[in-house]
Write a new protein. Structure first.
Lengths: 409, 105
């Protein structure tokens, strides 16, 4: 029996487990997945919780609901990977050997990386919305809030779902308008990037949306610390921005087990071949999703596009063929823009988000980089697809490789 | 193609305005870039960072992130921002004659 070991049962790991289970011969392969948590969270839904659109129940399901029958699941933390010995040490004391390893250990927020962030004001006037705890605490705060200075701040790149902070700003504009107190809320978007988003064309268009919605933008602000006394964020070059409530997107880092394994970069992301998805320097290790150091977005849609490429390359490698399938950095994001509308962007490593139309058989087309109701429905529909198709590794009507069809270059 | 006019030579720049050929670099080029970035004089600490940037690039093929810089160059984050205001990783890379860091997407 050959052993295939998957580390992490989040979006990427669960998808791969399902795909492998469908394809690999059970008499030849023993597939095992390791994770320490019982619950799967629909992370794109966290964004809606602080505004009362979703609650905890809408974004949580047991992981076991998405595992194929008979799957070999081990609930444990991971101590470390020993690639030179082809084995993984678990925190429950077990040692697992493997022939092939898939690293899908994800990324998480690290507020403690910034001085003063996780201190007196944490979950009182400072919140994140990248965890279920942060999102729920923020909803409790917003419900009672009568207005003041709302600062949304990205600590440093890369972050999971780079558009989520903008969506948060748009939804805040909508939510406080509905509450009738928008004139009392000063929304201030503070980012280390030179503009509203990572890519120039989309950045310009999304920047205009900020203007239109009366959201202030401060760019190239690199936070160094939080002053808990004066309620200010302070940049490395001593610029201060005051807040009444700070919604922070803290530093994102890979799992600590990657650091313990000495397999990561300075943010614990695993150096990965950007096309084949193989771990650099390892012939029998693949990396997928947020755990990679790739210059693609850290998002479920990206993990989904990577999954097909990884599967093809895995099948090639086990047969002794060259891994020819190429991941192109494809990402596809519905950006919720408030008032029942949304914006869609579709891009890859080489092509930045462009305006135009996005064809989708049976449902589309959707408008790219334009605010429409249709794009909002796309976003809402995606949650259903996520639970019912994507995690189970089923085909979705979107190609893994980005297509130029409909785009205006 | 944008260029950088030096006294006796014209150097090619890439789409980001960074030096196209790393071998065209010398200390005079660094000084010209530094002036463009608003740094009048390059101190010993500036050179520590610049040389570290070049060493890492030659070894890894990419510029170090701020985290790696502060961890290994001996210059802390606060000093880095004082030396290269606003965007140390990007500014120091440009002055060091290496391409724009991958991390700056």
């Amino acid at each position: 029996m050959k052993k295939l070991l998957i580390l992490g049962a989040g979006t990427a790991g669960t998808m791969m487990l399902n795909k492998f289970s469908n394809v690999l011969d059970k008499s030849e392969w023993e597939i095992t997945i390791v994770d320490q948590f019982e619950n799967h969270y629909y992370q794109p839904g966290f964004l809606f919780i602080p505004f009362g659109v979703y609650n905890r129940k809408d974004v949580i399901k047991p992981k076991r609901d998405f595992f194929p029958t008979g799957a070999n699941v081990i609930m444990s933390g991971i101590d470390k990977i020993e690639p030179e010995n082809n084995r993984v040490l678990l925190q429950n004391g077990k040692v697992l050997s493997y022939d092939y390893l898939i690293i899908a250990t994800g990324a998480k927020i690290k507020p403690e990386e910034t001085e003063g962030m996780k201190e007196d004001l944490w979950f009182k006037n400072i919140f994140d919305f990248y965890t279920i705890e942060g999102a729920c605490a923020l909803w409790d705060f917003f419900k009672r809030w009568e207005g003041g200075k709302l600062v949304i701040n990205i600590t440093e790149m890369p972050i999971k779902c780079p558009v989520a902070p903008l969506e948060f700003a748009f939804l805040a504009d909508w939510y406080f308008t509905e509450r009738g107190i928008r004139d009392k809320v000063d929304i201030h978007f503070v980012t280390p990037l030179p503009g509203a988003f990572t890519k120039p064309k989309a950045s310009a268009i999304l920047g205009d949306f900020l203007d239109k919605k009366n959201i202030r933008l401060t760019s190239e602000f690199n936070i160094g610390s939080v002053d808990n006394e004066t309620k200010e964020i302070v940049s490395w070059d001593e610029t201060r921005i005051p807040f009444d409530v700070l919604v922070t997107i803290p530093t994102n880092m890979g799992d600590e087990c990657i650091e313990r394994s000495e397999m990561g970069d300075e943010l614990n992301f695993v150096p990965t071949d950007k096309h084949t998805l193989m771990a650099n320097g390892h012939e029998n290790i693949f990396v997928i999703g947020d755990a990679t150091d790739l210059p693609s977005s850290k998002a479920g849609s990206v993990a989904h596009f990577q999954a097909d490429v990884l599967l093809e390359n895995f099948l090639a490698v086990i047969e002794g063929r060259e891994p020819h399938e190429k991941f192109d950095g494809h990402a596809n994001c519905f950006i919720e823009s408030g008032f029942g509308k949304g914006i869609l962007i579709d891009f890859n490593y080489d092509t930045e988000p462009l305006p135009g139309k996005f064809p989708l058989p049976g449902v589309g087309p959707f408008s790219l980089l334009e605010e429409t109701k249709m794009n909002h429905y796309g976003k809402i529909m995606f949650r259903w697809m996520y639970w019912n198709s994507l995690l189970k590794g089923q085909e979705l009507p979107i190609e893994s490789q980005m297509s130029m069809a409909g785009k205006r270059a | 193609m944008a260029v950088l006019e030096m006294e006796n030579k014209t150097l090619e720049l890439d789409a980001d305005g960074f030096l196209a050929n790393i071998d065209d670099w010398n200390e005079d080029v660094a000084k010209v870039f530094a002036k463009e970035e608003g740094i009048e004089e390059l101190t010993e600490q500036h050179w520590t960072v610049i040389n570290f940037m070049r060493d890492v690039f030659k070894e890894k093929g990419d510029a170090p992130s701020i985290r790696r810089l502060t961890k290994e160059s001996g210059v802390n984050t606060k000093e880095l921002y004082a030396l290269f205001p606003k965007g140390p990783a990007k500014k120091a890379a440009r002055i060091a004659g290496i391409p724009k860091p991958k991390g700056c997407i």
